[in-house]
Design a protein around this ligand. Structure first.
Ligand code: PLP
Length: 361
């Protein structure tokens, strides 16, 4: 099996796995404490959580705090809903290519919504006009379907000038590029070789936020519920590793991307070739039946459009936003390479995919 779906999830790094093992907490171990208990076992578990928090915090700009959550979806809900009441009456603006965690949440808020368009390359125009009464802006750093890198530094400057909060979904950027400044930033461990079931919201000091989940007051009162020291430790180790390897991983992505451009010469790349995370290859071939391709090439794990949208059978919002016709969007696949993908795997996958696509005529 060749795994080419790293935007959907990544394998657990061995370093993250070994950091987690100690905290899985069997009855014969001394590491099953509740990190919120004041006794010795609790304090040991708490120390592991706080070490993990420091490691995760190193991914972010300075001047804020990390709140652990169960996923990036939860973190983004906390950001939008938690700031919502504060921003009542003012407009929310999001880009046209946000993940469903932002899009659906923004639509469910009582605030009026403005959707900021992207161009044919999948890039937001950072200088485009915004409505005057914008109170919260949310733009992702790297798009999950087409990999394009958005001008989030400029969006943040403009949000500050407009007195609006800026929320950034950095799920596909974290561990791959330096995370840009914002008021609130969401990430997810399983997208950077950490475990599933844990994400984080970084909140700049001074930003007023109300909790979504109330109870025992954990995470500074912003997110009640007992934390899993194992998941925190795994996320912390994955963050530390990603920072150490950021340049080496990026160089590996560059090499794989250059090779892929030769291997998939008969396909068109969706989204900007330069302003993109090179681990993402969203490729289109006119007239292709992607469902048939997937069933013909079962040895390769890849995605049609976004992993989330492909289950729903709905055409991709992102591919429509960059101007692809329904047929072009339907003939597009997403290949996501990662840290452990080899050039040989990519070449084997290309041979299988090209042969199956050509056999469709
Ligand atoms: N935002 C982006 C850009 C994503 O790619 C994803 C996951 O696909 C999410 C948010 C949601 O992350 P999680 O799986 O942690 O809820």
């Amino acid at each position: 099996m060749i795994y080419l779906d790293h935007q959907a999830t990544t394998p657990l790094a061995p370093e993250a796995r070994s950091a987690m093992e100690r905290w899985l907490g069997g009855a014969d171990s001394a590491s099953f404490g509740n990190p919120h208990s004041p006794h010795r076992l609790g304090r040991q578990a708490d120390a592991a959580v706080e070490l993990a928090r420091e490691r995760v915090a190193a991914l972010f700009p300075s001047g804020g705090q990390v709140i652990f959550t169960g996923s990036a979806t939860e973190a983004l809900n906390l950001a939008l809903r938690g700031a919502g009441p504060v921003r009542a009456g003012r407009r929310v603006a999001i880009s046209a290519i946000e993940h469903a965690a932002i899009e659906e949440t923004a639509r469910s808020l009582p605030n009026r919504l403005t959707v900021l368009p992207v161009d044919a390359a999948g890039l937001l125009d950072a200088e485009a006009e915004w409505p005057a009464e914008v109170g919260l802006v949310s733009v992702m750093q790297v798009n999950n379907e087409i990999g394009t890198i958005q001008p989030v530094e400029r969006v943040y400057q403009r949000a500050q000038a407009a007195g609006a909060l800026f929320v950034c979904d950095a799920v596909q950027a974290a561990g791959k590029l330096p995370i840009a400044g914002a008021d609130m930033i969401a990430i997810s461990a399983h997208k950077f070789y950490g475990p599933k079931g844990i994400g984080a919201l970084w909140v700049r000091n001074g930003v007023a936020l109300q909790p979504l989940i109330t109870g025992g007051g954990q995470e500074g009162g912003f997110r009640s519920g007992t934390l899993s020291p194992a998941l925190c430790a795994g996320m912390g180790a994955a963050a530390e590793l990603a920072l150490t390897r950021m340049e080496a991983d990026a160089a590996h992505m560059d090499r794989l991307f250059a090779r892929a451009m030769d291997l998939f010469a008969g396909w068109t790349l969706n989204g900007s070739a330069d302003q993109r995370h090179k681990g993402n290859l969203n490729l289109c071939r006119a007239g292709l039946d992607v469902a048939r391709l997937m069933s013909d090439v079962r040895q390769v794990c890849f995605s049609a459009g976004s992993a989330c949208a492909s289950d729903s059978g709905k055409p991709s919002r992102v591919l429509a936003a960059i101007g692809l016709s329904a047929a072009e969007a339907k003939g597009s696949i997403r290949l996501g390479v990662g840290r452990y993908t080899t050039e040989a795997e990519l070449a084997d996958a290309a041979a299988l995919l090209n042969a199956a696509a050509e056999a469709q005529g």
